[in-house]
Design a protein around this ligand. Structure first.
Ligand SMILES: Cc1ncc(COP(=O)(O)O)c(C=O)c1O
Length: 355
């Protein structure tokens, strides 16, 4: 027996070289030929889409001279931008300080620490919501007193530009145009950046933005929410990277629906998605039946559910906060089943007509 030939070397030297080329997973197919696909951004190093923009912002700051060799980066973060910056900082020889609060998922804080980041924790808002204003003020103070570089992800244009490759990947991995792109909106970078680039490449995509109920980005009533990363609490100025002119439709999703959708999707696929992705999938699932036959719908999954085993995927945690509702989960299960049934009936129809 001859030994199989040796392959060429396929090794990377830096974790950041693993950014991108994330997979597309078909979550639902309908009898009318529509597909709901998940762009699984948790397959990036750091388990989130946001490492794409963290790299772009740092490289551009190096280029412009705002960030000198051996410099210091400081940024307020709910955790995913922070883990992205922590990775790029360690690879390129910077120190990184993340300004965080206890609204953040614990595992994101642990991950930043594990990568050598310094954490400055501000008081929570007392209701379990994010302390975005306080986080931003403290980060600005640190930047002003220490001379550290603050990327300012809410207004830095290189946040949105960091998703150019994501758009190109979607074009490469699909034989058709994307009809609808659905994403949770925080800074706006991932949805608006991807949509702008898709359109520049010739796509006629319709962009659907999703925020937690209680967030004020699209003008809803303010209130507390437990989805982390997306949304803007009352009093926090929406930054320039939310490009309202780029977003065609917007929806608000409550924590119960968002988390229930993530949990049901996990039982269906074995892939755990984060709570904000649960909200985006919730909107896509509900709307799918109303989209024209044969639509291609892509949901941006910002991060992995493994970051939320202590919350979204912990029934005790949900129950203690009034966020567990069996009836909501059952409704979502029935929605999935209805699409499966429409597919089965369409296949039977095809068999009968011999088409
Ligand atoms: C889990 C999660 N979902 C959604 C978002 C929103 O993404 P963007 O800031 O690109 O709008 C973020 C941003 O940090 C996030 O961490």
């Amino acid at each position: 027996m001859t030994a199989p030939p040796l392959g060429g070397e396929n090794i990377v030297r830096y974790a950041s070289e693993l950014i991108g080329a994330t997979p597309l997973l078909e979550l639902v197919r309908t009898g009318s030929g529509s597909r709901l696909l998940l762009k699984l951004e948790q397959f990036n190093p750091t388990g989130s889409a946001k490492v794409r923009m963290a790299r772009e912002m740092v490289l551009r700051a190096e280029h412009s001279g705002e960030l000198a060799p051996g410099g210091h980066i400081v940024e307020p973060t709910s955790g995913n931008t922070g883990t992205g910056l922590a990775l790029i900082a360690l690879e390129r020889g910077y120190t990184f300080t993340a300004v965080v609060d206890d609204h953040a998922a614990k595992d994101k804080l642990r991950a930043m620490k594990a990568m050598g980041a310094r954490l400055v924790t501000v008081d929570s808002d007392g209701r379990g919501g994010p302390s975005s204003v306080r986080r931003r003020n403290i980060a600005a103070e640190i930047a002003a007193t220490s001379g550290a570089y603050q990327p300012d992800q809410h207004n830095n244009p290189h946040n949105n530009a960091g998703y150019r490759d994501l758009a190109a990947e979607l074009r490469k991995d699909l034989a058709t145009d994307i009809d609808y792109l659905v994403g949770a909106v925080g800074t706006g970078g991932s949805l608006c950046g991807t949509v702008e680039e898709l359109r520049r490449l010739g796509s006629g995509v319709c962009a659907i933005g999703v925020e937690p109920a209680g967030s004020i980005i699209f003008g809803g009533d303010p209130g507390p929410y437990r989805q982390t990363g997306a949304g803007s609490p009352a009093g926090f100025p929406v930054g320039r990277n939310v490009k309202y002119e780029v977003i065609d439709e917007d929806f608000r999703v409550g924590d119960i629906e968002a988390f229930a959708t993530a949990r049901v999707a996990a039982r269906r696929t074995g892939i755990l998605i984060g709570g904000t992705a649960g909200a985006a999938v919730h909107v896509a699932l509900r709307r799918l039946v109303r989209f024209p036959a044969g639509s291609t719908v892509v949901v941006l999954v910002c991060d992995a559910g493994e970051k939320y085993l202590d919350s979204v995927y912990d029934e005790d945690w949900l129950v203690a906060r009034g966020l567990y509702d069996r009836a909501t989960e059952q409704r979502i299960v029935r929605l999935f089943r209805a699409y499966d049934e429409s597919l089965r009936l369409a296949a039977l129809d095809l068999e009968r007509t011999g088409a």
